[in-house]
Design a protein around this ligand. Structure first.
Ligand SMILES: Nc1nc2c(c(=O)[nH]1)N[C@H]1C(S)=C(S)[C@@H](COP(=O)(O)O)O[C@H]1N2
Ligand SMILES: [Mo]
Length: 569
């Protein structure tokens, strides 16, 4: 196989453990869709440079015109209060801590994106209809799974880097999010308590023409008047305001909108942003904006009285000595060291990270997102024309024989901590009454797909077998895949399985469940991400503990890909 569309196959030893290695490629440069064609954004560099030159020329012409000095005089760029700004210790500490969190969020975020490097503008995740993608077209000559499609990311960009490491990336991401929110709230409280807010929140409309003066001045490649460009100015205030009060909150809100538990409970919330895929695209765009802000911010710090700026943000003094720069570089080195440590931990102690972070994130997850039963359903017209998939139907003589016989000989064995262990034929399950629902599969990798599912409520099965007191989980086992030596299994809380739309589906979009999508039975637990929707179910075990099974984490992807056992977001 190897390279297609000029994509470079990867060949790192570590990645040999990954899936479908022949087809693994690196996350490439973004390609934007224009009509039916995708163009690499690198091809826009020269046109953009030409535009930049034109902007500089126009700005020079404006600033050279006679009326300009009147306009700039009436609408000054530099803010009047800029002289008496101070940088208290809490502000400086928060600034550097914020930098650390933003970089972790950014790097783990790109890593998650690399696991499904396609962004969509509609509810559907249809290949060829992406508005932006980081790899080429989807192969049509084979069942192309989302795992085949996952790309490799270098450690320069990603935490923890590698391929299909979004499980680990999510731990770093979801550890940083609560810290970032706490930091944000503390920051807001302090700036409003101390009057510092006045440098972030514009209080007069003059900020707009003032910012125009700034923008034209910068575009003409000069600095606004004042001491070497470090005076606080209108455009700067506007930029800080938009990052703190618009981009950061939106980043959090769009992130939340990707939660299957929230989306399947509060339709209005997901619709604030359109749907999960639009929220995901917005999340990406907002982080591009934050990234751009950081780049410009750092450039301005370096190119306008570097020592003085660093002195402000490190020492809190208005001095031109190089001490601020030196200590600032030490802080940055510490941040880089922490990032390298996070990378090392991820590859050498993944299980520890999984457990540590689960202790925090798992509890938060359950507390925030698992108090409600899913109830939102989509319309028939929302069902996805292209439904991504993961996993392959089991390859074993046993399974093949069953499927050739349309699963007439299939028996679902339910055993373990139950009063009445039992086997069910498909006919018996169908006779228990059909429950249909149109819901969304939200894969941890990032895609989603809406389909109508028909099946039997798990609650009815539980009522028949009667779990013993103390039973807490149901373990679902998939048929063994002899060719691949994979035993997919997954554990679910009985409480979640008793929700009305937790079903074992035998139909998809009014047809018998196709082989690829899990025949004869697959689970739907709509509060959870895709990897919990186990397919090709062979048996169910009721238990009070899952830790003795396989690697002890409660599921195949939990064991081998380090994802959390609960996946409400
Ligand atoms: N038995 C089994 N079930 C599985 C998987 C698998 O590999 N094997 N993949 C899971 C993952 S990661 C996802 S996203 C969903 C995909 O469901 P779909 O193929 O119906 O879209 O199935 C889940 N169930
Ligand atoms: Mo998935």
């Amino acid at each position: 196989m190897g390279s297609r569309d000029g994509e470079k196959p990867i060949n790192s030893k570590r990645q040999r453990r990954g899936f479908a290695l022949d087809d693994a490629v690196k996350m490439g440069v973004p390609r934007l869709r224009l009509g039916k064609r995708f163009i690499r954004l690198t091809r826009l560099i020269i046109p953009l440079l030409l535009v930049a030159v034109a902007v500089v020329v126009v700005a020079k012409l404006i600033t050279g015109a006679g009326w300009w000095s009147t306009f700039a005089g009436n609408n000054p760029c530099v803010l009047p209060a800029s002289a008496d700004i101070d940088f208290p210790a809490w502000l400086r500490a928060m600034h550097w801590f914020n930098l650390l969190l933003i970089v972790v969020l950014f790097r783990s975020g790109i890593q998650i994106l690399a696991d499904h490097p396609r962004l969509y503008a509609t509810i559907h995740s249809t290949p060829g209809r992406e508005w932006l993608r980081f790899r080429g077209a989807v192969r049509k000559d084979t069942v192309w799974t989302a795992l085949d499609d996952s790309t490799y990311l270098s450690p320069i960009w990603g935490l923890p880097s590698g391929r299909h490491t979004s499980g680990m990336a999510r731990h770093w991401h979801f550890l940083s999010v609560p810290l970032w929110i706490l930091l944000g709230v503390a920051f807001l409280v302090l700036i409003f308590a101390t009057g510092q807010w006045q440098r972030l929140v514009p209080t007069t409309a003059e900020i707009v023409p003032g910012s125009i003066t700034c923008a034209v001045t910068y575009a003409g490649l000069s600095l606004p008047p004042g001491e070497g460009g470090v005076s606080y100015n209108s455009l700067q205030e506007l930029a800080y305001f938009s990052v703190v009060f618009i981009a950061a909150p939106l980043a959090i809100l769009t992130g939340l909108a990707m939660s299957p538990a929230l989306g399947h409970r509060f339709a209005w919330y997901e619709r604030l942003f359109g749907n999960r895929q639009v929220a995901r695209s917005l999340h990406f765009v907002i982080w591009c904006f934050i990234g751009l802000f950081v780049v410009v911010h750092v450039a301005m710090v370096v190119f306008t009285s570097f020592p003085k700026n660093m002195s402000h943000m490190v020492l809190g003094t208005n001095s031109s000595s190089w001490w601020g720069v030196v200590i600032g570089m030490v802080i940055i080195a510490v941040i880089v060291g922490l990032l390298a440590f996070a990378h090392w931990l991820s590859w050498h102690h993944p299980r520890k990270i999984q457990h540590t972070f689960l202790r925090i994130a798992d509890r938060l997850n359950g507390f925030l997102f698992d108090r409600t039963a899913p109830r939102v359903e989509y319309k028939k017209t929302n069902t996805s024309p292209y439904h991504w998939t993961n996993g392959h139907p089991p390859q074993s003589p046993e399974y093949e024989q069953l499927s050739e016989n349309d699963f007439r000989d299939y028996r679902l064995r339910v055993h373990g901590m139950v009063e009445e262990p039992r086997e069910f034929t498909l006919e018996e399950l169908k006779a228990m009454g059909k429950h249909s629902q149109i819901t969304e599969t939200d894969c941890v990798q990032g895609w989603s797909g809406v389909a109508e599912w028909g099946g039997v409520q798990v609650a009815k099965i539980l009522d028949t077998v009667k779990p013993k007191p103390g039973a807490r989980f149901a373990i679902f086992y998939a048929f063994v895949d002899e060719g691949r030596d994979i035993k997919y299994y997954d554990s679910h809380d009985l409480a979640q399985l008793r929700q009305p739309n937790s079903i074992l589906a035998y139909e998809m979009n009014d047809e018998p469940l196709p082989l690829q999508y899990g025949a004869p039975l697959r689970l739907r637990n709509e509060n959870q991400l895709g990897f919990k929707q186990i397919k090709w179910i062979e048996s169910v075990e009721i238990t009070d503990d899952y830790r003795g099974l396989y690697k002890g984490q409660g599921g195949f992807r939990e064991d081998n890909e380090f994802v959390g056992r609960r996946a409400e977001i």
